[in-house]
Design a protein around this ligand. Structure first.
Ligand SMILES: C[S@@+](CC[C@H](N)C(=O)[O-])C[C@H]1O[C@@H](n2cnc3c(N)ncnc32)[C@H](O)[C@@H]1O
Length: 233
């Protein structure tokens, strides 16, 4: 049985000139089981491999969120809990992830650091078990290029965010540069084996998820990642 099913869209589907509302978001396709397997394996080395390089973006996202006392924050794809100590102590944090191994690391970290204003739950980001409007901030750091259906995840994030609340996405997206984007599309079927698609198309993702950002900031070094902030109507 193949580890994953990869559908390769036609060139027409992926070229940037086609309609953002309908074009394929990536040349790579994954299933939840495959992603879960990758992250169960990555759990032991995640903080070393994806820790320091992606940390400036995490810090900038927390600053941008400007979390107020008592606010309810949902982190979607909490992983090893690398963000947990960044949240202010007077907010409440819910972290969800579907990898048991990543969550175990997050629980160890929370215990080690004495973090109490949080709960960790095993859940699929594409099928959140929360009522509508449950959170003030819904934040997905480095998640949307990992999941099989980023649009479904964004819709779930919006659903559980209260009107006036913030939906925040921190991620790498397909470069606007023709040369770099070609390279990203070439490597994306391979990068999924280390946990992400390298070619997620931001304009197509935003159009299909019906998200209208109030800001998009370039983060990390090199500045290949984006911090996308949206406010729910
Ligand atoms: C790249 S890590 C990001 C971890 C952390 N947020 C960070 O800032 O480094 C992506 C995480 O998303 C989780 N994940 C992937 N697909 C998911 C899904 N469908 N539902 C919930 N979590 C998922 C993975 O298990 C992994 O822990």
């Amino acid at each position: 049985m193949p580890l994953f099913d990869r559908k390769t869209p036609s060139e027409d589907e992926v070229v940037s000139g086609s309609d953002a509302g309908t074009r394929a978001l990536s040349v790579a396709a994954v299933e939840n089981d495959f992603v879960e397997g990758v992250y169960d394996k990555l759990a032991k080395v995640y903080d070393l491999t994806f820790g320091p390089t992606l940390h400036p973006g995490r810090l900038q996202a927390i600053q941008r969120m400007n979390i107020q006392a008592g606010e309810r924050v949902l982190e979607v794809g909490v992983g090893t809990g690398i963000n947990l100590s960044l949240y202010p102590k007077d907010c409440s944090v819910t972290g969800i992830d579907f990898s048991g191994s990543m969550l175990e690391k997050a629980r160890e970290r929370a215990a080690r650091k004495g973090i109490r204003n949080m709960r960790l739950l095993q859940m699929d980001a594409g099928d959140l078990k929360f009522a509508d409007d449950s959170f003030d901030i819904v934040y997905a750091p480095y998640l949307v290029s990992v999941v099989p259906d980023p649009v479904k995840v964004a819709q779930e994030m919006s659903r559980v965010c209260r009107p006036g609340g913030r939906v925040i996405i921190l991620n790498h997206f397909l470069s606007p540069s023709p040369i770099l984007s070609k390279l990203e599309r070439m490597i994306s079927p391979y990068t999924i084996h280390i946990g992400f698609k390298a070619d997620l198309d931001l304009p197509a993702f935003l159009a299909q998820a019906d998200l209208e950002p109030v800001s998009i900031e370039k983060v990390n070094i090199p500045r290949l990642w984006s911090l996308v902030t949206c406010v729910k109507d």
